[in-house]
Every structure is written in C-alpha cells, then in structure tokens.
Design a protein around this ligand. Structure first.
Ligand code: HEC
Length: 135
C-alpha cells in the first residue's frame, strides 16, 4: 500500500512541474539563447540597435506596449513604427519562426536586460492568445 501512496505523490509532483509555467529567471536565461541566435545580429549585444536602420531594445519606449511587443516578434511588421521618437520604415522585422515559448522567453530577456527592468512575466499563453497583428 505504501508504495502506491508514494507513486501517487511522485506522479502528482511531476504533473505540478509540467503544468507550471517556468520561472521568470529561467525564462530570461532561455531567452538569452534565443536572442543570441535570432536577434543579436541586428539589435546588437547591448540592445543598442543601429541609429538609422535598427531601433534599440535597450530603453525602447515601444516595449512599454506589451501587445505590440508580442505582435512585432510573432508577426513582424510592414508598417512604419516609432521608437523613442525616431521613425523606422517597417518591413525589415520579419517573423523569425519562433514558437510561443521562445517568443515569451526572448521578450522576458529583452525586458530585463541592459537598463531594462520589468518583473511582470510574459507567459507562453500571452503569446498564443494574440492571434493577429496589432500593428
Ligand atoms: C534583420 C534584422 C533584424 C532581426 C534579425 C531582428 N530585428 Fe527586431 N527590428 C528590426 C527592425 C529594422 C525593426 C523596426 C521595424 C522595421 O523597420 O521593420 C525592428 C523592431 C523590433 C522591435 C520593436 C522596436 C523596438 O526596438 O523596441 C522589437 C521589440 C524587436 N525588433 C525585437 C526583435 C527580436 C526579439 C528579435 C529576435 C527574435 C529581432 N527583433 C530580430 C530588425 C531586426
């Protein structure tokens, strides 16, 4: 009997970890890998961008709008956007083929790197919920 009770608790314990979203710090850690592979070549190691063509992610006022931030990573944009009062023409930022978990991770990374800080965690479900571009 005891063995069954132990198995029951082990199964419950594992299920708990399966269902639970990962922690913010783990998401940021995983997001760093996504960033290095898919974003760094344009946005730079310090999220500084390139003044004329690529907007910064560090201290970007665009990131204050969570829906638009998810949308531009998930769907890209053909429309012009404004970041810290500078205009960018649109059309360069295309979807990188990331899954919802990778998008959540990379967003948590850029929202918490360099001078950026945002403790509100973006969850995988926030990404799947957004089913059309907001830009
Ligand atoms: C080919 C270069 C390129 C790559 C790669 C790229 N971006 Fe961008 N990104 C841009 C450009 C350019 C814009 C401005 C919109 C436009 O002109 O298309 C932009 C805009 C953005 C914005 C909104 C503006 C801002 O600066 O806050 C975010 C957020 C963003 N990119 C995140 C990412 C993330 C995350 C990745 C990696 C998954 C990524 N980008 C990969 C070029 C790129």
């Amino acid at each position: 009997m005891k063995i069954f009770i132990s198995i029951y608790f082990i199964v419950l314990y594992s299920l708990f970890f399966l269902i639970q979203d990962k922690s913010l710090s783990k998401s940021i850690e995983d997001g760093y890998i996504v960033y290095e592979d898919f974003c760094l070549r344009c946005h730079g190691a310090f999220g500084q961008g390139n003044e004329e063509f690529i907007p910064p992610l560090n201290k970007s006022d665009f990131l204050n709008n969570t829906e638009n931030s998810i949308s531009i990573i998930k769907f890209g944009t053909k429309e012009p956007i404004t970041v810290n009062k500078i205009h960018y023409s649109g059309g360069t930022m295309i979807p990188q083929g990331l899954d919802d978990e990778e998008i959540a991770d990379v967003l948590n990374y850029i929202r918490n790197s360099w001078d950026n800080k945002n403790e509100i965690q973006i969850k995988q479900s926030d990404i799947s919920k957004l089913d059309k571009p907001t830009l």
